[in-house]
Design a protein around this ligand. Structure first.
Ligand SMILES: NC(=O)c1ccc[n+]([C@@H]2O[C@H](COP(=O)([O-])OP(=O)(O)OC[C@H]3O[C@@H](n4cnc5c(N)ncnc54)[C@H](O)[C@@H]3O)[C@@H](O)[C@H]2O)c1
Length: 325
């Protein structure tokens, strides 16, 4: 059985959830991460059942060593978080491109059986169709905007994967996650930012009414997918995905930011007034994946959005309380 899995970026939000699931399914898991954004705390319950190697994905020797004897690679190590795309574009690209080259070279050397690359919905930019399927054109609309360091790094990673592995026996798969959320997902994302704003504006949830300012009008849409549902999609892709194929990962349920704020305020039992402001340059106004393809290879959809939102709010509120007392 091919069961030795390497997860780069495995102490991060999605990687740690995937690692926990794969250990449960009986895979032998190794994790490679420099803990820039991830932490061992996320994998504390499986630490004695996995191998953890601390290192930088840009270090070719270390990457080669950790890939030796591996059957399946999930490459998730990347600089995530919108704030960093604007503030550290050169680092985003360095980790994205050098990291992709190193892990691809090592996977070829080690003759892994399956190579899975994490891409992103960001490569669709402003899609021509919503819900968006995998045939949508990819695009970078403004080469001078540092925001696109992230989408650029992901596009290069996709192209490298498909072309480096095209003539090999390695089964290469690419997934494009769409707004995966859950507890401990980092702070630079829409859901944690909204929870924080409401927490502070309501005086630590003591006031039952508050107002917050958001980027945009609130009519912009996203499709939020709870992390456990995303992990099931990744497991399905690992089992049934076809060589050289791309898969959207996410929930095909488009909601606008005002509805998201309403759901958060209902769960917190706080009446929230929303004040709009300008969107950041380059932001996408609509995003929702068409998930037909992942369903066609066996994923049975479950929707834990509301349940997951409750868990996520509890996690962030309890952390904010610790931070502010
Ligand atoms: N969460 C989402 O909704 C989402 C959406 C689109 C794409 N993705 C992609 O999925 C993957 C996982 O995302 P996530 O949400 O878990 O992000 P994350 O930031 O929590 O995880 C990324 C991990 O990569 C590690 N890392 C960063 N630089 C590194 C380096 N130089 N060497 C080794 N490790 C390094 C970080 O420490 C972190 O643990 C990423 O590739 C991300 O771009 C996620």
């Amino acid at each position: 059985m091919s069961n030795k899995v390497l997860i780069t970026g495995g102490t991060g939000f999605l990687g740690s959830a995937l690692a926990i699931r794969l250990v449960k399914l009986g895979y032998k898991v190794s994790i490679f991460d420099n803990n820039l954004r991830g932490s061992l705390n996320k994998i504390k319950n499986i630490l004695d059942q996995i191998e953890f190697v601390e290192g930088d994905i840009r270090d070719p020797e270390k990457v080669k060593k950790v890939t030796h004897g591996i059957d399946i690679v999930f490459h998730l190590a990347f600089i995530n978080g919108t704030k960093f795309f604007y503030e550290k574009p050169e680092l985003v690209l360095d980790v994205g491109v050098r990291g992709a080259l190193n892990i691809l070279d090592s996977s070829l050397d080690s003759k892994v059986k399956t190579f899975i690359m994490a891409s992103s919905s960001e490569i669709y930019n402003k899609p021509t169709n919503v819900p968006t399927n995998e045939h949508e054109r990819a695009m970078i609309p403004d080469i001078k905007n540092p925001r696109f360091s992230y989408a650029g790094g992901k596009l290069i990673s996709e192209i490298l994967t498909l072309n480096y592995l095209r003539r090999t026996k390695i089964r290469d798969l690419i997934f494009r996650p769409h707004n995966i959320f859950g507890p401990d997902m980092g702070n630079e994302h829409v859901i944690p930012e909204l929870i924080r704003k409401i927490f502070l504006a309501s005086n630590h949830l003591k006031n039952k009414k508050c107002s917050i300012e958001i980027q945009g009008t609130g009519k912009e849409t996203r499709a939020f997918c709870y992390v456990d549902d995303a992990v099931e999609q990744l497991v399905c892709m690992l089992k049934n995905g076809m060589k050289g194929e791309l898969y959207n990962i996410g929930m095909q349920k488009e909601i606008n930011i005002n509805k998201l704020i309403e759901d958060i305020s209902n769960l917190l039992e706080i009446n929230v007034e929303v004040l709009s402001s300008n969107l950041l340059r380059g932001s996408t106004t609509r995003r929702c994946p068409d998930t037909t393809k992942i369903k066609s290879i066996g994923y049975k959809e479950c929707d834990n959005y509301y349940l997951g939102l409750g868990k996520t709010i509890n996690w962030y509120v309890s952390n904010l309380r610790k931070q502010y007392t």
